[in-house]
Each structure stands twice: as structure tokens, then as C-alpha cells.
Design a protein around this ligand. Structure first.
Ligand code: CP3
Length: 414
């Protein structure tokens, strides 16, 4: 497979809107408020060299995911394509079926590019869903307007497992095609993001038959049918690993693993029912795609941060209930973080949005931070607030200067 040459992220970062430039005043190694975030670790010093980072053609987001020096934190939003955008709502009127919108190459590309065209984020996530691959391994589903995801035949008994088969990636050709086109369309100016659901989170839908508030069926299955649940999770682990590799080979620069409902488990249960399967995925994917950063997001992850790090991912996605400075202290310097502005801020005055972005960036420190919301953009979010979020984030500099990128990067070295 050949891709058009990617523009250097270094050269694409020059001009900033001067009215928005803000000196963040980060702490140096000597004056370090958040020691964990700045001290270089053996892992980092071994693999990361300034000259390599600066001449690299990787998009800014990939560099930040790896902990390489960057002049500003790259920024994108979860659910940045969707119902809050008028242009999406108009398209959805014409194509009312979610499955049609997310399984037709032209529509996937068009929707994924809507936020790219409007806001120029540093990451362009493919318009898809964590449930999209299910029919390719034997689990049909639908997304209903009010109920959300619906699995017609949930898996709850040994016999139900017979429906499962190895993932048939040909059935997901639209994902591969779209990633390939997106990679060409954004031309190296942003990272193309692929994503999957983690086995536990996917299993909550397959077992419960759809969205749940209580997770009682699957949680009781941990005790009443542990072998059945383990078989299902192992099947999902294999299918999801193959699906990630397919996404990377099709053009994804970086993969988000959403264990959105992992935070519904008590931490010791997460250790048993989610972590080993994610760890296995990370190890299989690393083996095949060693350069692709993996990001793990869990909704409500305050009790899981250190445990998440144990999976071996490159980046921990933080929801907004964890303070960024606390997360940095707890996670140490050898892992990157993503997040974590409360999505509700986008309903507040724009000045409050600006302040919160500055606060989060300052707490995160100059390395290994991808700016994002703590969860997805909420329905009803004003588009102007999203535009403002991106304008402000892209105007910020780690050292306050604007033009000379290599100077900026060298000042960041600690
Ligand atoms: O939100 C998360 O926690 C991220 C993980 C996740 C996704 N889908 C990723 C996604 C989860 C848990 C889902 C399941 C799902 N799918 C739900 C949530 C239901 C519940 O249990 O609470 C819903 C409503 C869907 C259906 C769906 N997926 C719709 C209607 C849309 C369109 C966008 C919107 O929200 O209006 C999606 C798209 C989607 N799901 C994306 C992602 C990463 C799109 C890519 C993006 O722009 O981020």
C-alpha cells in the first residue's frame, strides 16, 4: 500500500493568531511543580532523540503520544463529528440510518471530514462505531434513534457462542477504504485516528442486548458463567486485535481503545475482566505495528489510572473527574495523557473555556499531552464554542513564542 508523502509536522506549525497567544509559563526541571511530568525516564531517553523528533514526518499528535517534544499540545475531540454540527444533521436527514452513514465509504469520509473542514483539529477520527465490526464476527446489531445500540440476539448461554466466527475483514472494507482516503485527504497535516471498543465494553452490549445503566446481567455472569464470559472476551480480543491491525495497515496513525464501561467495574474486577484482554491486544498489535501509538480511554477512570498504565498503552485518556495534575503525579513521566476538559465547559462563556484550556495544559506539562475533552462533544454544544476551543488550543505555545518552531522545541528539552 502506498500513501502520499506526509508533510512534516514541524513545518506545518508556524503561524499563530497573535491575539490568542498565551504564555503558559511552564515549570522548568529546576522549578518543577509536577515532578512526574518532566523528569525523563529510561524508556524516553532511550528511544527519543530531539533530532529524530524534529526531522520526523509524524503528525504532531503522534509525536505527543510518544512523548516527543512539541511546541503545543495537539488537539482533537471525541465525537467531533456528530449531531452538534448542522452540516451533519442535514446529511443525517438525507441518510437517516446510522448504519448506512457509518458503513458507506463516501458518507464515512464526508462525515469524518466535516469537523476537519470546520475546525482543523490535529486528529481526524473515522466516523464509525465501536459496534461496527460486530456483524463481521457473527453479531448483528442496529442503532435505534431513541434506544441507541440494539443487539437482536444477545449472548448469554453456551449455545449462543455458536453464532461467533473469526472476524471477516472483507465485510469491513468500507473502514479500510475510508481510512485510506482520509489519510490522503488530510495529507499529513493531522493524524488519522482509528478506534475500537475494548472487549469488556463490547461485551456489555453483546450480553445485555444494548445500553444498560446497571450492567447486572454481565456482572452476574462473572460469577454464574465465568467460562462462557471468558470465551466471549477471548473471541473479542482476537477479533479486535485483527481489526486494529487492519485499521493501521489501511492508514490509521493512532488507535483509540475505548473501554468506556470499564469504569463500571470495581477495580479488582476490572483487573480480572478487562485488563488482561486489553493487555493481550496491546501485545499483539505492538508486535505487528510497533510504531502505532495506542490510547486507552475509560469513562470514570479515577480508580483505575495506575492499573490502566499496566496494559502497556502509550497514552491514557482521562475523563474530567480526574484533576490533570493529580493524574500526572499518579502516572509518572513515562506515559502520555489525553484530555480532559469537561465537555460541559463548551456551554459556558468562551472566556471560561479559554481559562480551562490554559489550566489543563499547564497541569499536563509540555510533553506527552494530547488536549481533548474528558468525554465526547455533547449534543446541543454550540459550534462556536468548539471553534473557540480549537482556536485557543492551536494558538498556545509552550514557551510563549510563536514562529520559530525549532527554538520552541529546544527550549522544551529538559
Ligand atoms: O462515547 C464513548 O464513550 C466512546 C466509545 C463509544 C462509541 N460508541 C464510539 C463512537 C461507545 C460506548 C459507543 C456506543 C454507542 N454507539 C452509543 C452509546 C450508547 C450508550 O450505551 O450510552 C451510541 C449512541 C452509539 C451510536 C452512535 N455512534 C451515534 C448515534 C454516533 C454519531 C455521533 C453522535 O454521537 O451523534 C456514533 C459515532 C461514534 N461512536 C463515534 C465514536 C468514536 C464517532 C467518531 C467521532 O467523531 O468521535
Amino acid at each position: 500500500m502506498s500513501f502520499s508523502p506526509l508533510t512534516s509536522a514541524c513545518s506545518s506549525l508556524g503561524v499563530k493568531s497573535s491575539s490568542l497567544i498565551v504564555q503558559l509559563g511552564f515549570h522548568t526541571a529546576e522549578n518543577n511543580k509536577f515532578p512526574g511530568a518532566f523528569v525523563s525516564s529510561p524508556k524516553r531517553t532511550k528511544t527519543k532523540k530531539f533530532s529524530i523528533a524534529c526531522s520526523s514526518t509524524d503528525p504532531l499528535l503522534v509525536k505527543a503520544a510518544r512523548g516527543d517534544p512539541v511546541s503545543r499540545p495537539p488537539t482533537w475531540m471525541m465525537r467531533q463529528a456528530g449531531r452538534y454540527m448542522a452540516v451533519y444533521r442535514k446529511l443525517a436527514e438525507k441518510h437517516p440510518s446510522f448504519r448506512e452513514r457509518s458503513e458507506t465509504t463516501d458518507l464515512i469520509v464526508e462525515i469524518s471530514l466535516q469537523p476537519w473542514e470546520a475546525f482543523r483539529p490535529d486528529g481526524v477520527i473515522i466516523f464509525s462505531d465501536i459496534l461496527t465490526p460486530l456483524p463481521a464476527f457473527g453479531v448483528p446489531f442496529d442503532i435505534e434513534e431513541v434506544r441507541g445500540p440494539v443487539i437482536q440476539s444477545p449472548i448469554r448461554f453456551e449455545d449462543d457462542l455458536k453464532a461467533l466466527h473469526p472476524i471477516d475483514l472483507e465485510k469491513l472494507h468500507f473502514v479500510g477504504e475510508s481510512l485510506k482516503i482520509l489519510r490522503r485527504e488530510v495529507g499529513g497535516h493531522a493524524a488519522v485516528l482509528g478506534f475500537v471498543g475494548a472487549p469488556w465494553t463490547i461485551a456489555t452490549y453483546i450480553v445485555e442486548g444494548g445500553t444498560t445503566r446497571t450492567y447486572t446481567t454481565i456482572k452476574s455472569m462473572c460469577h454464574t458463567a465465568p467460562n462462557l464470559l471468558r470465551t466471549l472476551l477471548s473471541h473479542l480480543t482476537k477479533a479486535i486485535s485483527e481489526y486494529i491491525i487492519y485499521q493501521v495497515e489501511s492508514g490509521a496513525h493512532c488507535i483509540q481503545i475505548f473501554d468506556s464501561w470499564g469504569g463500571q467495574l470495581p477495580p479488582d474486577m476490572w483487573e480480572q475482566w478487562s485488563k488482561p484482554y486489553i493487555t493481550e491486544i496491546v501485545s499483539v498489535v505492538r508486535n505487528k505495528c510497533p510504531k502505532t501509538p495506542l490510547v486507552l480511554y475509560i469513562n470514570g477512570n479515577g480508580g483505575l489510572l495506575e492499573r490502566m498504565k499496566g496494559t502497556g498503552v502509550d497514552v491514557i485518556g482521562l475523563d474530567w473527574t480526574v484533576d490533570m495534575a493529580d493524574a500526572r503525579k499518579r502516572l509518572g513521566s513515562d506515559i502520555s495523557v489525553q484530555g480532559n476538559v469537561d465537555p460541559a465547559y463548551l456551554f459556558s462563556p468562551l472566556s471560561a473555556v479559554t481559562k480551562e484550556i490554559q489550566r489543563v495544559i499547564k497541569c499536563a506539562g509540555p510533553r506527552g499531552h494530547i488536549l481533548n475533552l474528558g468525554h465526547g462533544v455533547l449534543v446541543g454544544t454550540p459550534e462556536e464554542a468548539v471553534a473557540h476551543f480549537f482556536d485557543v488550543s492551536k494558538s498556545l505555545n509552550h514557551d510563549g513564542s510563536s514562529q520559530n518552531h525549532s527554538m520552541e522545541e529546544s527550549k522544551l528539552l529538559v
